[in-house]
Ligand binder design. Structure first.
Ligand code: IPM
Ligand code: MG
Length: 358
């Protein structure tokens, strides 16, 4: 199969984790006889430095003319400590989500047997945890009207949702639940917020079209507690933009290894795949960051965007095999850790049984 992939390395460790992932994709091309064309684009701090815009038009075009997007990370500390900075790398991320219409952020939370001891939670609580957070990504308070009062001494951010916005992401979540354990939890704050009441009303209606999916409703404060107390109770968690931002970070802690977790942002025209961790600026250029979150994001890309299930499964197996051997970068292995590029090469080699035995 021939596919075009937009590759946006971004800031910090982004270029290194992307290079390691491209080594894995190259091995997939050879083994399964595919042909991937990579179109690079600038985003984030590096794009501000080069052209003064964190999501340049040229990058948007590269994204829209490719079959899928592989993204590294965004963020540079030089902007974090300057509240007066007019353009920030993160604006590139929000602009990209909005312009590409990436409405559903999908974050699978899975544990890795060999790394269960890394979780800050008790092993018996997290064993078997396997759920997906579906976060609405282009509505709500992130994109509502905001501003300051005339005297500058008051400020406001507003959250708006339409039935269409809620339905689009909810349908996606219900369909995903049908392919999994058929349980969906809508997380909201319907005891206080009007937007949450609209979410609940809309999801209740959509639920009638999916009689095989059992639906539960949970307030976000309670959900934040239950995710930690009893993570195995969840299958698909559906929620709005800001609650999803917070809950998905919380959920990522369960596995104890944020460097391993992938994500997808699904749109109607195209979809984007990225690790859930940030740009890790302290490690930039040291060839030490964990590329597995990005490699597993590429596996999601193969499965979701290209329908290459076998290829995606092969990457996941190769990752598990590496972890079972006790190998990995320094965030997960203390003695003789591998470098970023080593991990990419080892996984690439494992995909090809001929060269791994040779
Ligand atoms: C995320 C990040 C972003 C968000 C930031 C960097 C704007 O936290 O992808 O979860 O809040 O959506
Ligand atoms: Mg976040």
């Amino acid at each position: 199969m021939k596919k075009t992939i937009a590759v946006l390395p971004g800031d910090g460790v982004g270029p290194e984790i992307i290079d390691a992932t491209l080594a894995v994709l190259q091995s997939i091309e050879e083994k399964y006889n595919h042909q991937f064309t990579y179109n690079k684009g600038l985003i984030g701090g590096v794009a501000i430095d080069a052209v003064g815009d964190p999501f340049p038009k040229q990058t948007e075009t590269v994204c829209l003319t490719s079959d899928a997007i592989l993204f590294g990370a965004i963020g540079d500390p030089k902007y974090d400590n300057d509240p007066t900075a007019k353009v920030r790398p993160e604006q590139g991320l929000l602009a990209m989500r909005q312009k590409l219409g990436l409405y559903a952020n999908v974050r699978p939370i899975q544990t890795f047997k060999s790394l269960l001891h890394k979780s800050p939670l008790k092993e018996d609580r997290v064993t078997g945890a396997d759920f997906v957070v579906i976060r609405e990504l282009i509505g709500g308070i992130y994109f509502g009207k905001r501003g300051r009062g005339a005297d500058g001494r008051s400020a406001f951010d507003t959250s708006t949702y339409t039935v269409e916005e809620i339905s689009r992401v909810s349908n996606y979540a219900f369909k995903l639940a049908q392919k999994r354990r058929r349980k969906l939890t809508l997380v909201d704050k319907a005891n206080v917020l009007e937007t949450s009441r609209l979410w609940r009303e809309t999801v209740q209606k959509i639920a009638q079209d999916f009689p095989d999916v059992s639906v539960e409703y949970m307030f976000v404060d309670n959900a934040s507690m239950q995710i930690i107390r009893n993570p195995t109770a969840f299958d698909v968690i559906l929620t709005e933009n800001m609650f999803g931002d917070i809950l998905s970070d919380e959920a990522s802690v369960i596995t104890g290894s944020i460097g391993l977790l992938p994500s997808a942002s699904i749109g109607e025209k195209t979809s984007l795949y990225e690790p859930i961790h940030g740009s890790y600026p302290k490690a930039a250029g040291t060839n030490s960051a964990n590329p597995i979150g990005t490699i597993l994001s590429a596996a999601m890309m193969l499965e979701y965007s290209f329908d290459m299930k076998e290829e995606a499964g092969a990457i996941r197996m190769a990752v598990n095999s590496l972890l079972d051997e006790g190998k990995g970068t320094k965030d997960i292995v203390s003695e003789n850790p591998l470098t970023t590029s080593d991990v990419g090469e080892e996984i690439a080699r494992k995909l090809d049984p001929v060269s791994s035995t040779g």
